[in-house]
Ligand binder design. Structure first.
Ligand code: 5GP
Length: 112
């Protein structure tokens, strides 16, 4: 059964899509934690980053480059944070791999 983000890919659930190519899709988070908060997801269903295999290497590299492109396009290219929550205890709530692209404000380190 498709996850929430699978339904965004199939357009069953509406989303504010900011980027799409043959391998991935990016849309604004419904509960933004920064002025720019976009979720970048692979079209392939990979539940968690730890479930990715060497077969996904090119896809993940593609997404990293896409993340920079998207941040730059949204005006956050000089300062943004890329976050992947892996597993419920790390804050993952949707089990379709996603990168959070956060920008438009300052960030502290270490994260909470
Ligand atoms: P996670 O907690 O799994 O790392 O991130 C899931 C993210 O998905 C959260 O930031 C949450 O706000 C976002 N989210 C949950 N449901 C929806 C939805 O229906 N639409 C959009 N655009 N974002 C969602």
């Amino acid at each position: 059964m498709a996850t929430l983000f699978g339904k965004v890919i199939s357009r069953e659930i509406p989303a504010d899509i900011v980027y799409e190519d043959d391998q991935c899709l990016a849309f604004r988070d419904i509960n933004p934690q920064a002025p720019t908060h976009v979720l970048l997801i692979p079209k392939k269903e990979i539940p968690r980053l730890v479930d990715a295999t060497s077969a996904d290497q090119a896809l993940l590299g593609h997404m990293m480059v896409a993340a920079g492109t998207i941040a730059r396009q949204l005006g956050a290219g000089d300062a943004f944070r890329l976050v992947v929550n892996n597993g419920a205890q790390a804050g993952q709530s949707v089990f379709h791999l996603h990168m959070h692209i956060l920008g438009g404000r300052g960030f502290t380190w270490p994260p909470g």
